[in-house]
Design a protein around this ligand. Structure first.
Ligand SMILES: Cc1ncc(COP(=O)(O)O)c(C=O)c1O
Length: 375
């Protein structure tokens, strides 16, 4: 049996006719950037997550970059974030000449540790922002983070690239802090036909500035109020996302059902692996984990991965090297052992296949193969 990590063709097939019709309409209009499809998407995403404003951009990375530009982040500024995340979270900070101040993660959720954040803020009260990442589709401890942001007067910017649709008792991912962003990279729960992303924020003036910055800082054509960039979203990507967005909750439910199936199936074995924790399960909040990834901790991970590959089961490692150990960040002067939980997670975690079309037979096979490996 073959089990892919994700099979986007299965999502595409039932939507094909509608998607092609919308793409054809954009092609016929020859209005290829921004335009009415983008405005429709921005309104829909803002309403979906309860944000005041949404601005469509060219990727999740560009969403973060343009937001930090709009906030005036400049060389010498310090921004607190986690080292256990996708590279862009820290690289956007560094690209503006600012310094990422890393804070270790909570070993249960893989999200930024609130006690460690508090210690970092005490050392760095002049930090310009706190960037929690809602890794794998479950929100960071936003109650603790927002309280610390308030105490120190530091804005909270949410990297919700993996978490559109995830809810926390305080609200929806991306719309709890001052601003946030989503990625529509094809493997995300809501994926475009290429790169696309979105910034969400509560403040109208900030939204207007981001809107201008995504288009070279113009409010009036060819009059440049600020130095921005080309961060425009394609009309075709917006049209695709408009077709897919109404299905997002149903796909999230499909992912959660598959997570529950894994839990039940793994419970029949005694295995040394750790399943992902659902820390808001008792909060009464729906969609508290949207399982962009289903992440286990696994002893002898490399051997397990090789065993699963041989058995036709695809897996992935998100992420194999903590950001403080990346070559390009050597100038920050970090050393091994400085963020032990992040380093341990990088060595132990493994993503198993999860997507709404994954079958029970495939899941049972994944579980059986993992059980066989540890026998
Ligand atoms: C946590 C996180 N931040 C930022 C990004 C960047 O998004 P994009 O790939 O759309 O630029 C991603 C997506 O890969 C991500 O997972």
């Amino acid at each position: 049996m073959q089990v892919p990590l994700l099979d986007l063709k299965l999502q595409y097939a039932p939507l094909k006719a509608q998607l092609l019709k919308e793409i054809e309409a954009v092609a016929d209009s020859q209005a290829l950037l921004l335009g009415p499809q983008t405005e429709k998407l921005e309104k829909a995403v803002a309403a979906y997550c309860g944000a005041g404003h949404a601005i469509g951009v060219s990727s999740g990375t560009d969403a973060q970059l343009v937001l930090l530009m709009a906030l005036g982040i400049a060389p010498g500024d310090k921004i607190i974030t986690t080292p256990y995340t996708f590279f862009a979270t820290a690289s956007c900070v560094a690209r503006l000449g600012a310094t990422p101040i890393f804070v270790d993660i909570d070993p249960v959720t893989f999200n930024i540790s609130v006690p460690a954040l508090e210690a970092a803020l005490a050392r760095t009260p002049d930090a310009k922002a706190i960037i929690p990442v809602h890794l794998y589709g479950q929100c960071a401890d936003m109650a603790g983070i927002m309280a610390l942001g308030k105490k120190y007067g530091v804005p909270v910017l949410e990297d919700a690239a993996q978490a559109l649709g995830a809810r926390h008792p305080l609200g929806a991912a991306g719309a709890i802090g001052e601003a946030g962003w989503f990625s529509f990279y094809p493997t995300k729960n809501l994926g475009a036909f290429g790169d696309a992303g979105m910034v969400v924020c509560q403040d109208a003036a900030l939204a207007a500035k981001i809107r201008a910055l995504r288009n070279h800082g113009m409010e009036v054509r060819y009059f440049h109020k600020w130095i921005g960039g080309n961060f425009r979203i394609d009309a075709i990507q917006s049209a695709v996302l408009n077709v897919k967005l109404p299905h997002l909750d149903e796909w999230g439910a499909g992912r959660r059902a598959r997570a529950a199936f894994y839990r039940t199936a793994f419970a029949a074995h005694t295995l040394p692996i750790t399943l992902p924790a659902e820390v808001y399960a008792d909060s009464g909040v729906a969609n508290h984990h949207i399982y962009n990834q289903f992440i286990i901790r696994a002893p002898r991970r490399e051997d397990l991965r090789a065993h699963l590959t041989k058995a036709g089961i695809a897996t992935e490692i998100y992420y194999p090297l903590s950001l403080h150990m990346q070559e390009c960040f050597a100038y920050l002067g970090h050393r091994e052992g400085e963020f032990p939980e992040s380093e341990r997670a990088a060595k132990e975690t493994l993503a198993l296949p999860i997507f709404p079309e994954l079958t029970e037979d495939q899941q049972a096979y994944v579980v059986a193969q993992i059980a066989a490996f540890y026998q």
